[in-house]
Design a protein around this ligand. Structure first.
Ligand SMILES: Cc1cc2nc3c(=O)[nH]c(=O)nc-3n(C[C@H](O)[C@H](O)[C@H](O)COP(=O)(O)OP(=O)(O)OC[C@H]3O[C@@H](n4cnc5c(N)ncnc54)[C@H](O)[C@@H]3O)c2cc1C
Ligand SMILES: NC(=O)c1ccc[n+]([C@@H]2O[C@H](COP(=O)([O-])OP(=O)(O)OC[C@H]3O[C@@H](n4cnc5c(N)ncnc54)[C@H](OP(=O)(O)O)[C@@H]3O)[C@@H](O)[C@H]2O)c1
Length: 364
């Protein structure tokens, strides 16, 4: 169970490098955080980050409040989405005469759907007699929770630095303008270099096999590549230390090779060093039909089945639905077709792999 409490350790932003190239629909950054040795971690762990709200939204909200505390509005409350108790409180205590009807309709209807895309300042501007006392508003706001990120580095390279691969989240508001996600904009844009953030490591079971000679398959499209970068750093370190390693096979992809092939040079270097044995890529929008990682897995089914039936560990990271679900189905189909199993037996096969932690997922 991950705690919602503010993480205790203070980390510092060392640098950020934009990974997606000009023209990409994505805005993905490599974010490096200095820990000064205060946080022990292993590749495959998660980092909890306490975000701060975008300064323009904090400023906008503060102007609508009496006695606004900028710091608390930045750090403590969710202001980028609207929570029913806030609307209820405005309805009962601060609604403008002419807004009673619409607010009442919202409260009676599907509140989440009706308020999707609105931020707290929108609601105050639209419905409330402003300025509203900050203390009264604050008790009706949800706390701003820490966000999780898959760690994209290995302590074997630098135990004092944790790296993340962060995709900026953005969504259209009712006015058609784009709003930013709180944590991703904090990490990718607003926190200055040298700026501090509250962080904590969350331990996972997403770890390389105890025996380094075991073969591994990594499936990580988009930001799903993050933990595999950590694993490859770890494997590279082990090779340089003289260890004998099993084979590794990475399936990566995103929209376009020209703009979204992140870590291309690093992956090439890992292929040279032997940390990465095979690499298959699926760029979904470089042709007139979609090609996804599971299509590459299926194309290679005979070879995959040899690896899997020989004891390979499988790791999947990225979006839970539909990506990870579809990838799991692809492996079950391979077990059925190449392993000559019935549909039921093939499902059991991957389920047993999951239960015995030979098929691991880090999905969101
Ligand atoms: C285990 C785990 C590992 C993860 N690893 C990574 C990783 O390595 N890299 C990475 O980039 N992310 C990762 N994530 C996702 C990350 O935790 C955040 O959820 C992500 O960065 C978005 O957070 P945010 O605060 O920027 O956006 P939020 O402010 O939380 O918004 C998130 C999304 O919700 C929607 N949304 C929110 N409010 C509204 C609204 N009012 N109207 C319409 N839509 C809305 C939007 O689609 C928006 O993009 C991981 C998540 C988990 C659980
Ligand atoms: N606008 C935003 O708020 C925003 C921006 C970036 C990311 N995100 C969110 O952040 C999360 C991670 O994003 P990400 O950039 O890491 O990756 P992503 O959006 O999941 O995309 C990575 C790759 O996976 C492909 N894909 C889509 N459906 C798939 C499926 N069923 N099976 C296999 N592959 C599939 C995508 O193809 P196609 O896209 O061509 O279908 C793309 O090539 C997602 O939840 C995403 O929605 C939000």
């Amino acid at each position: 169970m991950i705690s919602d409490k503010k993480p205790a350790v203070v980390g510092r932003l060392l640098r950020r490098i934009r990974l997606s190239k000009t023209g990409s629909a994505k805005d993905v950054w490599l974010v490096s955080i200095g820990t000064d040795g205060k946080l022990a971690y292993e590749s495959g762990d998660w980092l909890m980050v306490s975000p701060q709200n975008p300064p323009d939204q904090v400023g906008r909200l503060a102007k609508l409040l009496k006695n606004a505390d900028f710091d608390r509005l930045s750090r403590d409350f969710t202001i980028l989405s609207v929570h029913r108790p806030l609307a209820q409180w405005i309805f009962e205590n601060a609604a403008r005469e002419e807004s009673h009807g619409q607010l009442s309709d919202w409260l009676k209807g599907d509140f989440c759907a009706l308020t999707r895309g609105y931020v707290v300042a929108d609601i105050l501007e639209r419905f409330a007699n402003v300025p509203v006392p900050a203390e009264a508003l604050e008790v009706n706001l949800k706390p701003l929770k820490p966000r999780l990120y898959s760690i994209a580095s290995a302590p074997e390279v630098d135990p004092n630095t944790i790296e993340l691969v962060v995709a900026s989240a953005f969504y259209a508001g009712p006015d058609g303008k784009y709003h930013e996600g709180a944590a991703s904009s904090f990490l990718n844009k607003y926190l200055p270099i040298g700026g501090e953030m509250h962080i904590q490591v969350a331990k996972t079971h997403f770890k390389l096999p105890n025996d380094p000679r075991t073969d591994v398959i990594f499936v990580g499209p988009g930001t799903g590549i993050a933990p595999f970068r950590g694993f490859l750093q770890q494997r590279d370190f082990l090779i340089k230390s003289g260890d004998q390693l099993g084979r590794s096979w990475l399936f990566f992809g995103d929209q376009h090779r020209a703009m979204d092939y992140i870590f291309e040079d690093e992956l090439a270097a890992y292929q040279k060093s032997g940390a990465l044995t095979r690499l298959d890529l699926a760029f979904s929008r470089d042709q007139d039909h979609k090609i996804y990682v599971q299509d590459r897995i299926w194309e290679n089914r005979e070879e995959i089945w040899k690896w899997v039936s020989g004891g390979t560990y499988i790791y999947v990271c990225g979006t839970a639905n539909p990506m990870a679900k579809d990838v799991l189905e692809a492996f079950a189909k391979i077990a059925r077709v190449c392993g000559n199993l019935s549909e039921e037996a093939a499902k059991d096969y991957v389920q047993i792999m999951q239960k015995s932690r030979r098929y691991l997922q880090d999905v969101y």
